[in-house]
Design a binder for this molecule. Structure first.
Ligand SMILES: Cc1cc2nc3c(=O)[nH]c(=O)nc-3n(C[C@H](O)[C@H](O)[C@H](O)COP(=O)(O)OP(=O)(O)OC[C@H]3O[C@@H](n4cnc5c(N)ncnc54)[C@H](O)[C@@H]3O)c2cc1C
Length: 421
């Protein structure tokens, strides 16, 4: 099998790069071992919410120069302010072409309501996710009887503290009883698979109508809406806005985003090899010319370009032992704090240094191996170092922007070499 580009990892970074390359006519494959961070995410995408020194960011554009001073190895600092803004705009267009409806703009963060009812600055959110300040005097927050991954009382307490009138009610819907009997099955995605069935809509709407009371809007845990049409149908039947709050993983809103990106890549002719693990590569004259995987064993997957989008520790893109952090496929150079004692902080709530560990790359996002770059190997997304996706609120932005940055370079290089598309 021969490809223009093989991408390792089907998270937000890998899928974004794959879509851009496939849109330009490249023959692309994505090899992916398992689920990505999207399956566990809020479904909202962060661009830059806080500077490393703790300053909140309202307009990312205005904060990028400070970021470059405070974090010169941050992926945004490597690509430069103008590129960040252009690639953020390009990301928004790519999501639209993938038929993904999100609200927000890279020029201005919005405050989304979190599963605890707090506020968090974000770049793009599904339209069902409520934003602060809430435009309603009274809202009804729905708990689902027996569902442990959502705390309606906590949400209610946080929203009440900001001046909203909140009424909590409990949905008991008998159609969920089969799932409810097994607590380990009573998870957001399984509930959504039941509630999204068109035949269950009338009963759902009937019970929600009784529970709404005097609420001008309803907030539910995101246990419906694997397909966006369900929420629209409930909203239309109730006649009030219906909003969803992300729950503990697995995440309905994150999976919806993943499914839409995957669908777009495949429609464009991209090939996904799920459940396979890249184990190594064959090099010739300083370039990778083939990859090897667990499933294909000794059959080489030939390629002109390779993008490593294997994620951070969470997805196995980085591996940690007590003394070392390694990149397990190619043994690439990882940028870590020298002192073992400085890897983590005792206070769980302060930014953790290990979250910034990742690959050392040059300004073209080419990783090194003992200081030497491989010409046709690039790294994107959360396998990179130099940023903290939690403290800085930049995880999705780094994934999408580095993906587009690298895909553009590959297309330019392919054109310069007159590679046939
Ligand atoms: C639990 C969690 C929740 C998050 N929530 C948010 C959020 O709500 N908003 C936000 O902006 N950011 C969030 N982030 C930050 C997140 O890192 C980025 O937003 C982004 O989704 C990361 O995408 P990625 O493609 O770089 O990596 P990942 O999503 O981690 O994908 C890496 C992929 O590579 C595959 N892989 C690894 N090794 C191999 C191999 N050897 N062979 C083949 N495949 C391999 C993995 O199976 C996986 O599919 C979250 C991160 C985590 C961990």
């Amino acid at each position: 099998m021969k490809f223009d580009t093989i991408i390792i990892g089907s998270g937000l970074a890998g899928l974004t790069a794959g879509i851009k390359l496939a849109e330009s006519g490249q023959r692309c494959a994505i090899i992916s071992r398992g689920q990505s961070a999207l399956h566990f995410s809020s479904g909202s995408l962060d661009l830059l919410s806080t500077l490393p020194d703790g300053t909140p960011v309202h307009t990312p554009e205005a904060a990028l120069e400070n970021l470059a001073e405070q974090a010169p190895r941050h992926p945004y600092s490597l690509m430069g302010k103008e590129n960040v803004l252009a690639l953020a705009a390009e990301s928004e267009q790519l999501l639209t072409r993938a038929d993904i409806s999100l609200v927000g703009h890279h020029r201005q963060n919005h405050l989304r309501i979190t599963p605890l009812g707090k506020q968090r600055a974000s770049w793009l959110s599904p339209p069902e996710v409520p934003q602060a300040p809430l435009p309603w005097q009274k809202v009804t927050v729905i708990n689902i009887a027996g569902f442990l991954d959502f705390q309606a009382e906590l949400v209610s307490g946080s929203l009440s503290a900001t001046g909203s009138g909140v009424h909590v009610a409990e949905l008991t819907l008998p159609v969920l009883d089969v799932l409810r009997n097994n607590p380990s099955e009573f998870r957001a995605v399984n509930i959504a698979r039941v509630l999204d069935l068109p035949e269950n809509l009338p009963a759902l709407v009937d019970e929600l109508r009784l529970l709404l009371g005097s609420g001008e809007a309803m907030i539910l845990p995101a246990c419906l809406g694997l397909e966006a049409r369900t929420v629209a149908a409930v909203e239309q039947a109730l006649g009030v806005p219906v909003k969803l709050l992300p729950t503990l993983p697995p995440s309905v809103l994150g999976m919806r985003l993943h499914n839409a990106l995957r669908r777009r890549f495949q429609i464009l002719g991209g090939l996904i090899m799920p459940g396979d693990t890249v184990t190594g590569a064959q090099l010739e004259q300083g370039c990778i010319n083939a990859l090897f995987t667990k499933n294909h064993r000794e059959v080489p997957l030939r390629t002109r370009h390779v993008i490593l989008a294997s994620g951070s520790f969470f997805s196995g893109g980085l591996d940690a032992s007590r003394q070392h952090v390694t990149e397990p496929i190619f043994g690439l150079d990882v940028n870590i704090q020298a002192e073992r004692a400085a890897w983590s902080k005792a206070d769980f709530f302060t930014p953790q240094p290990w979250l910034q560990f990742g690959l050392t790359v040059n300004n073209h996002f080419q990783p090194s191996h003992h200081g030497e770059c491989t010409k046709n190997l690039y790294a994107i997304g959360s396998v990179l170092g130099g940023f903290d996706p939690i403290q800085q609120g930049c995880g999705a932005g780094v994934s999408m922007l580095t993906a587009l940055c690298v895909a553009t370079q590959i297309l330019v290089a392919a054109e310069a070499c007159h590679e046939p598309a």
